[in-house]
Write a protein that binds this ligand. Structure first.
Ligand code: ATP
Ligand code: MG
Length: 723
């Protein structure tokens, strides 16, 4: 692959973009609307720094919002400047911090081989701490406590500070858990996601010389999606750029959609206050969307108060109108989307992967999945089912985490009896008690099981075998190529064997997932020779939802609007356009959260290149209840001249067929109520006692005096209402 010189790189930017990409003398803010090339400028700017020899690749830091975006950026820069791209730090905030802490964690009392706890590990730890502290988990559900700790961390409030501020029972409880949780994490040599940021900040604040080293090192810092930075990310950026002040941030205040996770729009709006000497560049030309889509988006966003006004224009054609359908029911909405997708593919040459369906919350995907299955539309869900969250994958990763870091008690607890080896809860309780009393890691207690009172002879023998196995594996870890080692772990721990013996359909699926994991490991180590197990584990724990999305696949993408940030698709459907769904009912009572909802709508609309569909449904059936909603107020933000309203007679025959299949069952469910009297062809009269959703469609439970209670599949049951 030939690398390119500065001039040919610059030829692919317009004059404003060029100006931004070539400005290297201090802080730079690129504040511009969607699709104007912000990410492109950032990418090209980094390439130019390398191509011109102005910066050593290892001294450039580029921050993206997801790992996937980082990979895309690296790929593009590689195409522009060749293998030199490899040395550039391109990653998310979390991954960059993890990388720094791998070198420096010892200063904070952690080992360099610390493990990263994900949501589930976190919850387990909160649970354990609460149990140890004898707390009432009914009154203070661990999930809630975890969320409050997370919130505190996002606001950079540490356990001590939190304790000082605690007033009522709830916050006092959380404060005690928070403190003990952090102690436990340190003891287990583990950090959660937020700790990655907070510990890096602590490192820099405690060790000025270390900070200075990294300030010196990163002479050019670039941050994409800056509008969604939270306080700790903001702090990090300020610390790191404090010396050179060569900080380039790009973003769009109209696309701030993460305030619910602590992001603060002021970070971008007040950039010029933080860096008075900053140069500000605005980009106004949109390269992504047709004129119709762009104009509609401009109208949506113009209704937001207090924004920095910016108008986008495009050279693209006017394009087709935005199609809008407000269907009588959710099933008809889904059937319309499916039949429209089939039409676009068959008649207009779009590929499935050109098409995306966005919704407000994950749970909305279900009706679309059902219809897509019936209509043979290939689809994939981003964020719905996460590979690395599957039990068997997490179990095996826990083995690896533990082998790498035996002080990690959470992982040890997860695997010690998985697969079953006769080490029961009671034995574990004795061991944990012992480890607490002696102030030693759980693993140490397991090794000393002989001295632990209460652990019987049989359990001792089993623990002894387990210790031997783990110690042997840990020796093997050094000798074997890692993918082979992984397979050895799967075999020798009996994990695969247990699944094979189970022989169920589900176990087969789990085995397939483990094969997939072995494949992922082989792929990883082939791509990163010389990296160790820790690098692989880090990779797996940092894979955000979005990263499982692979655009080579020929499938329609289903995802939430939040996940769609930064992406673009030729065809976009935004579904569930109803008041209460989108805007979400929880956001409708405050002005600020309504504005965020509107920005989310803007993000959705501006993902579309050629065609945009908005759809909603007047009714949705939920377990036999019918929920009625008005159309989304956001529809009124778009002037009617851009909309083409779809009415039902325009549907093709397939739409009608699909609608009928799905709709018949749903309508039927909605037509019955608990307490209704029904007549069955064989069993005679009875009374409805429940209506539910089964695997194959709605079900009804009827109590017949003649034969008792019966569960029937509504679609096929020979019953009718009487009376
Ligand atoms: P968002 O706000 O959605 O993140 P963005 O401002 O980052 O958008 P990009 O994704 O960088 O915009 O660019 C949008 C599209 O326009 C991309 O397909 C990009 O390749 C294209 N594009 C940007 N600038 C140019 C240009 N000068 N010439 C040709 N295509 C361009
Ligand atoms: Mg972008």
């Amino acid at each position: 692959m030939s690398t390119r010189n500065e001039r040919s790189i610059l030829a692919e930017l317009n004059p404003e973009q060029r100006e931004a990409a070539l400005y290297f003398d201090g802080p730079l803010l690129i504040l511009a609307g969607a699709g104007s090339g912000k990410t492109r400028v950032l990418t090209y700017r980094v390439a130019l720094l390398v191509a011109s020899g102005r910066a050593d690749p290892g001294r450039i830091l580029a921050i993206t919002f997801t790992n996937k975006a980082a990979e895309e950026m690296r790929g593009r820069i590689h195409r522009l400047v060749g293998p030199r791209a490899a040395a550039i730090w391109i990653s998310t905030f979390h991954a960059a911090c993890a990388r720094i802490l791998r070198r420096e964690a010892e200063r904070l009392g952690y080992g360099r081989n610390f493990v990263i706890y994900d949501d589930e590990d976190q919850l387990r730890m909160v649970n354990r701490v609460m149990r140890d502290l004898d707390m009432d988990v009914k009154r203070f559900p661990p999930r809630m406590v975890r969320a409050m700790i997370e919130k505190a961390k996002i606001d950079m409030v540490d356990a001590e500070e939190y304790g000082r501020r605690a007033q009522d029972d709830l916050t006092k409880t959380v404060s005690a858990v928070y403190r003990s949780y952090q102690e436990q994490l340190l003891k287990n040599n583990a950090m959660d996601f937020d700790d990655l940021l907070l510990n890096t900040i602590a490192l820099f604040e405690l060790y000025p010389a270390v900070l200075e080293h990294y300030q010196e090192r990163f002479s050019f810092i670039n941050v994409d999606e800056y509008q969604d930075t939270n306080p700790s990310q903001y702090r990090l950026v300020r610390l790191l750029s404090g010396k050179h002040r060569n900080l380039c941030v790009v973003g769009d205040d109209d696309q701030g959609i993460y305030s619910w996770r602590g992001a603060d729009l002021r970070n971008i709006l007040e950039f010029e206050r933080d860096f008075p000497e900053a140069k500000v560049v605005r980009l106004e030309r949109n390269y992504r969307s047709t004129r119709t889509i762009l104009e509609a988006a401009n109208h949506v966003v113009s209704r937001i108060a207090g924004r920095k006004d910016k108008r986008l224009w495009t050279d693209r054609e006017e394009g087709e109108p935005i199609r809008y359908l407000f269907a009588p029911s959710g099933s008809e909405e889904a059937a319309f989307v499916a039949s429209e997708i089939n039409r676009l593919v068959e008649e207009r040459g779009y590929r499935h992967r050109d098409i995306a369906v966005f919704y407000r919350t994950n749970a909305q995907s279900r009706p679309f999945e059902e219809v897509f299955l019936r209509a043979a539309v290939p689809y994939k869900i981003v964020g719905g089912f996460k590979f690395y969250e599957r039990k068997e994958v997490k179990d095996v990763l826990a083995y690896l985490k533990f082998l790498l870091n035996p002080t990690d008690g959470i992982s040890l607890r997860r695997i010690i009896n998985e697969p079953r080896r006769g080490i029961g809860e009671t034995t574990l309780a004795y061991l944990e008690n012992y480890s607490r009393k002696e102030g030693i890691p759980l693993w140490e207690a397991v090794r000393r099981a002989g001295e632990v009172r209460g652990v019987g002879a049989a359990a001792r023998r089993k623990l002894g075998e387990f210790v031997e196995l783990m110690e042997d594996l840990s020796r093997r870890m050094e000798e074997k190529p890692l993918p082979d080692f992984l397979r050895e772990v799967l075999e020798r721990t009996g994990y695969l064997e247990a699944l094979r013996r189970e022989g169920t359909f589900e176990a087969e699926g789990r085995l397939e997932n483990l094969e997939e994991l072995l494949g992922a490991a082989a792929e990883f180590f082939a791509a990163h020779p010389g990296e160790g197990l820790d690098a692989f584990l880090e990779r797996t724990s940092l894979v955000a939802e979005i990263d499982l999305y692979d655009e080579e696949e020929g499938a329609v993408t289903l995802m939430t609007l939040h996940n769609a940030k930064g992406l673009e698709f030729p065809v976009v459907f935004i579904v569930g356009m109803e008041d209460g769904v989108f805007p979400h009912v929880r956001c409708m009572d405050s002005e600020a959260s309504m504005e965020e909802e509107r920005r989310l709508f803007y993000v959705g609309v501006t993902r579309a290149k050629d065609l945009l569909y908005l759809t909603g449904a007047a009714t949705r059936s939920q377990y036999g209840d019918l929920r009625v909603s008005p159309e989304s107020r956001f529809i009124k933000d778009i002037p009617p001249r851009y909309l083409e309203v779809v009415s039902s007679f325009q549907w093709d025959r397939e739409g009608a067929r699909l609608t009928e299949a799905v709709y018949r069952a749903e309508a039927l469910a909605a037509s019955f109520r608990v307490g209704d009297r029904v007549l069955h062809e064989v069993w005679g009269e009875g009374m409805v006692t429940a209506i539910s959703r089964g695997r194959s469609g709605p079900e009804i439970t009827v109590n017949f005096p003649a034969v008792g209670e019966k569960l029937l599949l509504l679609e096929y049951a020979p019953i009718r209402k009487v009376g």
